[in-house]
Design a protein around this ligand. Structure first.
Ligand code: NAP
Length: 281
């Protein structure tokens, strides 16, 4: 008598429709590894703000990708991630991969909580994503032709979300990544003004970068009627995290994947070709 094969348990992908989760989910699906998307718009629904939703998202999964929303630097993030990791481990889901941020005390506290949970952890500590300019809050400004931010000549090693996804997938399929903290950056430091110049050149559009004071930035967000806590978070991300503390490259992509990280110019060319930024292609 042949024993029927057990179906493979899915991997829970928190933020599975977002910038990194969506890419990881599609790569895993291409390898016939089942995925359960964890987000408010999915069934069962997962909401960071409603702990009653967490257990049903975790039931019957083999592993989880933890992408916290709105941001791991936000107050309360580490406590939520720690509580989620504790619940996962208690439910037998030990393999956990955390998407983290660089130079953010609250993100580093979340990393510590994950490590303390008893999980088989991997941490992806990432610089700013290139895709913030094409899939996120800076896209509208790019399309308007003016990107106005409270950031000066500080260099940021923008990382490609495709590289983050490649590392996460490698970590899910190979246990040698357990217990590793990868600091993932792109291969080059760029100021925001330089990044916008590259986007303007690639898309053939006239796009200006304007430096604002933190107060001007907050006032412009308030005019757009953003909630106060989101304004405070964005102001903190642009002023504290971009104060020079992260102005260095790291080898996380090549350590994990044995190939170089993708460059901003290649990202800008690919997005321009896709037509997302409009303009001449
Ligand atoms: N962006 C960067 O440059 C950057 C750099 C370093 C680290 N990080 C970290 O990466 C994480 C994700 O940031 P991101 O910018 O890449 O966002 P993102 O993943 O693009 O965010 C969107 C995703 O989050 C889900 N989501 C939104 N609110 C949620 C909630 N209350 N509960 C559950 N899911 C929710 C959305 O689905 P639904 O709307 O269906 O819920 C969607 O799947 C953050 O923790 C951030 O600190 C970001």
């Amino acid at each position: 008598m042949t024993v029927p094969e057990q179906p493979m348990k899915p991997i829970l992908m928190l933020g599975g429709t977002g910038k990194t989760g969506r890419r990881i989910a599609s790569q895993l699906a291409a390898r016939a590894i089942p995925v359960r998307i964890g987000s408010r718009g999915n069934t069962p629904s997962f909401d960071w703000n409603d702990r009653a939703t967490w257990a049903s998202a975790l039931a019957g999964v083999s592993a989880a990708y933890i992408s916290y929303n709105p941001d791991l630097a936000a107050p309360g993030a580490s406590e939520a991630v720690g509580a989620f990791a504790d619940l996962a481990v208690a439910m037998g889901v030990k393999r956990l991969i955390l998407l983290s941020g660089r130079g953010e005390p609250e993100a580093q506290r979340a990393e510590d909580m994950l490590k303390r949970s008893g999980a088989d952890w991997t941490i992806l500590r990432c610089s700013w994503f290139m895709q913030n300019f094409s899939e996120s809050f800076m896209l509208d400004a790019v399309l308007s032709g003016q990107v106005a931010l409270p950031v000066g000549a500080v260099g940021e090693p923008f990382v490609d979300a495709d590289d983050i996804a490649d590392v996460a997938v490698a970590a899910f399929i190979d246990d040698r990544h357990i217990g590793q903290l990868y600091e993932l950056t792109g291969p080059r430091l760029l100021t925001f003004a330089e990044a916008i110049k590259e986007i303007a050149e690639a898309s053939g559009r006239d796009i200006r970068f304007v430096r604002l004071t933190p107060e001007e930035f907050s006032a412009s967000l308030a005019e757009q009627q953003l909630p106060e806590d989101l304004i405070a978070l964005l102001k903190m991300l642009f002023t504290e995290v971009l104060d020079g503390r992260n102005e260095h490259l790291s080898d996380g992509v090549s350590d994990a994947l044995h190939r170089p990280a993708r460059d901003f110019t290649d990202y800008a060319r690919a997005v321009a070709t896709s037509g997302v930024w409009g303009g001449a292609q």
